[in-house]
Each structure stands twice: as C-alpha cells, then as structure tokens.
Design a protein around this ligand. Structure first.
Ligand code: AHR
Length: 500
C-alpha cells in the first residue's frame, strides 16, 4: 500500500504546550502504595519513594502529573494526608471500595514530583466538599506564610510554598458513579464559587473545570454549555476523558477509535467557542484531556477483589501490541489538536491502567504503551506540522473513512523533525513517500519501529516481547530545501522517523 505525506515549514497547527505530555497518579489500587511509594523496597530512598519506578518515570519525561484523583478525590479530605503520619486517619474510600491509610499525601506527592522532574496538577474535592476546603487547600499549598493554613504547612516542615499552578475543579461530576454527583447547574455554581475564592487566594493559578465524563455520555454537549455558562470567565480549561476497549476483538474497529477522540475534541472546542461568542468574551477556554488510555483488560478481575482492603491490585490492565497502536493513534490525535489541547494526562502512570508496572518488593517493568508515550514525550515537543496525507481508507463496524495511515510530524526547537506514524493495515506494509520542504534537514537520524506479528503479544516482568527495534532501509534524498523520504512501515506498527 502506498501513502504520500507533505511537510512544509510554512504550514503548522501550533506549538505544543509543555503539559501535553502528562500523566496521572490516583489513590487507587497500587498506584501509590507499592507503586511510587514503598518504604520497605530495596530501591526506596529516604522518603520511601521507589528509585526503580522514579527512573522509569524519568525515562518517560512526564511533564505534569494529576493527583490525587480521579473518583477518589470526590470523597477526599486533603487535611487527612498532611502532618505527622502516625496521626493520620484510615478512611473508607467509597469510590473504589478500599481503605486509605493516608500515609502518603500532598506534601509527599509534591516531594515525589520534584524527584521525577514533573509539575503537579492538583484536584480539589467538589463532591462531598466545596469552596471553603478548596480555598483552604490553595492557601495551605501556595500561600507563603503568616496565615492559619500556610503556617500549618510550615509546622509540617515545608516552609517554602509548593506553588502549584494547575488545579482541577473536581472530577467527572456528571457521573452517577461519582461520590456526590451533581447536575450541570449545581456543579457550575459550586465550581464557579470555588474557582473565585481559589483565585482570590492565589491569582496566579490556572483552573480546569469538569467536562463530561466521556464522549458517549448522554448529557455531553449540554453539560459543557451549562457549566461554561456558569464559569467561562473563571476557568482556563475544560476537561475531557476517554478510555477505549476492544471487548469484541475487532482490531480494525479498535484501531479506528482515535477518530472518536478527535471528534470529541473538535466538538468540545466548538462548544467553548460558542459560549465565548454568546458572552462576547475575548478569552479562549482551552482543553485539558486529563484522562486518556485503553482500559478494559482488568474489568472482570476487578469484580473479584475483596472490599475494604488496602492497595489491592485494581485496574491492572496488561497491555498488548494493539493497545500500543491505539495509544500511538491517541498521542497523534493529541498532537494534531495541539492548538486547543494544552494539557493531557495518560491515565494512569504506575500499576493502575499504566505504562509502568511493579512487583511488591520486586521489579518494575515497561508495558507496551510505555514506548509510544516515551517517543512522543521525548520528540514531540515543538511546532506540530499540518501534514496532508494521501492513503487508502476503510470502513469498520463503528467508523467510516478510516485512513490506514495515522501520522503527524513535529518540528522541534533543536531543528530536528520527527514523524510519528501508525500503520493501521494489519496485513500490508505502507510504502510512505514524504516531501519535506523548507527545514534544511539533511539526515535521517533513525527509524524506530514497534511491532509484533502477534497483536496480542504483551510484556511481563520476565520478558519484553514488545519493544522498539531500529528499522533500516529508509532513504532521504534531495537538497536541504526539498527532501524526499521513502520508508516502509510494517503492518500494524508504530513508527518514529527522526531527521536533523
Ligand atoms: O482512571 C480511572 C478512573 O477513570 C478515574 O478515577 C475516573 O476519573 C475515571 O472514571
């Protein structure tokens, strides 16, 4: 199969925001306990953080991490997780039916984020709680000192403010599964008042309002319009969440699901701009895609987990080759929408629907989805190019006109260019021809490929069956002003082609 692609220096979508390469740690399952935090582990540092896990997080170069939830946050008292650990209460977490010891909390998370060079995206509880706790929490974290909550932080050993710049106004507040779900009007009002007092406490912060929990939510659209009507002037972003599954074992349809993510982004952008127009506002509300991933492998196992245990193995999806392709298509979709999607979080980071898995008291290892995320996080920062592609298309059970090639290119500030590409064709190689004009590139650095003949191949602590290999044979010819690339993209593969 043939495909053509054009990259021209004058045609771009926009610059990526640093926070597009984020992830998520929730107090859920083994994400925190025996994930990032395990004081008894042989690699643990003085704070109890696992160094083997921290090294893998650094390999991913995660730019921001959302915390502490997720559904968990809608029942969370942040005060439970600060101060002397021996005095912290054990609570029932109604979101996941587990026990939370609170041995790990806000200050520990901020310390851990520093260790792995990432920013913090903090969420406040707008389920069981409201504006008062939210503003106190901002004061505790960000106010320098000389007030009740900031002095409490001092007394806990943190004299410097944490300066957390990005805050979520609750989580998935439209979902019946949420602790204290709200109607759009109820949420809009409480979120607007919380936003107001949070920004009065620290005017430098940015806020993310809850959009619909997912695209197929019956209230999608109306929810966004109503919520934004309440807080257009107060919020900076609206959130989107999406998880994909392949329960039908229909791979062509599964690989096409990123088209739905693209539609979700386009429609949400339209709603933001509609409210902007209605209000005659000059301000633009952008998008925070703060939960995205594949999630379904662990659904059955989760029904068998004993309730009210601490850190049980919940949501431990083991990802396979085709999941990595879907993750790759989702990453490309985020890049293609970089003009409006400013924040994105792969949900989640460790053990819970995660690129990194751990054994308690044992090893840490990389899942298949680790690799596309790492590639995009390392080489996808810069100006995203508008790349017209000509390739055959197919229809699947739920989607029509699906291009066999999903691809995008990013021009990095180092003057390197990277093409990210997924070949959705399960049987045929795509012979890609690309024109690369105006960048002055002269050299192909590498062509890395992630593929496996078995689309269900997966990694484990013992064996890495799905890992990138260097592919030889790509050719770059022409002059620095206009280069012609010829490369073969194997069936069902994730490709990274880098030029300088
Ligand atoms: O990431 C797992 C869960 O998915 C989150 O807690 C929730 O926000 C979403 O439904």
């Amino acid at each position: 199969m043939q495909a053509r692609m054009t990259l021209h220096i004058d045609f771009s979508i926009g610059k990526t925001d640093r926070r597009l390469f984020g992830s998520f740690i929730e107090h859920l399952g083994r994400a925190v306990y025996t994930g990032i935090y395990e004081p008894e582990h042989p690699t643990a540092d003085n704070n109890g953080f696992r160094n083997d896990v921290a090294d893998l997080v650094k390999e991913l170069d995660v730019s921001v991490v959302r915390y502490p939830g997720g559904n968990f946050v809608s029942g969370y008292n942040w005060e439970d997780g600060v101060g002397p650990t021996t005095q912290r209460p054990t609570r029932l977490d109604l979101a996941w039916g587990t026990k939370e010891s609170n041995r790990f909390g806000t200050n520990e998370f901020v310390q851990w984020a520093k260790k792995v060079n990432t920013d913090v995206m903090m969420a406040v509880n707008l389920g069981t709680r409201g504006a008062d706790d939210a503003r106190n929490f901002v004061e505790y974290c960000n106010f320098p000192g000389g007030s009740y909550w900031s002095d409490l932080r001092h007394s806990h050993g943190y004299s410097d403010p944490h300066n957390i710049k990005l805050w979520c106004l609750g989580n998935e507040m439209d979902g019946p599964w949420q602790i204290c779900k709200r109607t759009a009007d109820e949420y809009g009002r409480v979120a607007a008042e919380a936003a107001k007092v949070m920004k009065w406490t620290d005017p430098s912060i940015e806020l993310v309002a809850c959009g619909s929990s997912f695209f197929r939510m019956p209230s999608f659209g109306d929810w966004e319009a109503t919520v934004l009507d309440h807080l257009y002037d107060l919020t900076d972003y609206i959130s989107l969440h999406i998880y994909f599954a392949n329960k039908e074992n229909d791979t062509p349809n599964f690989l096409a699901r990123s088209l739905e993510m693209d539609r979700f982004i386009k429609i949400t952008t339209g709603i933001c701009d509609l409210v902007k127009a209605k209000k005659g506002s000059k301000k633009t509300v952008n998008l925070s895609f703060d939960e995205w991933n594949v999630w379904y492998h662990s659904n059955d196992a989760d029904t068998k987990i004993e309730k009210w245990t601490e850190a049980p193995p919940l949501l431990e999806d083991i990802y396979n080759m085709e999941d990595a392709l879907v993750a790759g298509c989702m990453l490309i979709t985020l890049l293609k929408n970089a003009d409006r999607v400013k924040i994105a979080c792969l949900a989640q980071l460790v053990n819970v629907i995660a690129p990194i898995m751990t054994e308690k008291n044992g090893k840490a290892w990389r899942q298949t989805i680790f690799y596309p995320f790492m590639d995009v996080s390392r080489y996808g920062r810069g100006t995203v190019l508008l790349c017209p592609i000509t390739v055959d298309r197919y229809d699947s059970a739920e989607y029509s006109d699906v291009p066999y090639l999903e691809a995008v290119a990013v021009h990095e500030e180092t003057n390197e260019i990277t093409i990210f590409a997924v070949n959705r064709n399960l049987k045929e190689t795509i012979n890609l021809e690309a024109e690369i004009a105006g960048f002055g590139i002269t050299e192909l650095i590498e062509h890395k490929v992630l593929c496996n003949k078995d689309k269900h191949a997966f990694n484990s602590v013992r064996e890495e069956k799905v890992r990138p290999i260097n592919q030889h044979g790509a050719k770059l010819e022409g002059t620095a002003a206009l280069m012609q690339l010829k490369a073969s993209l194997p069936p069902a593969s994730w490709n990274v082609l880098r030029f300088k």
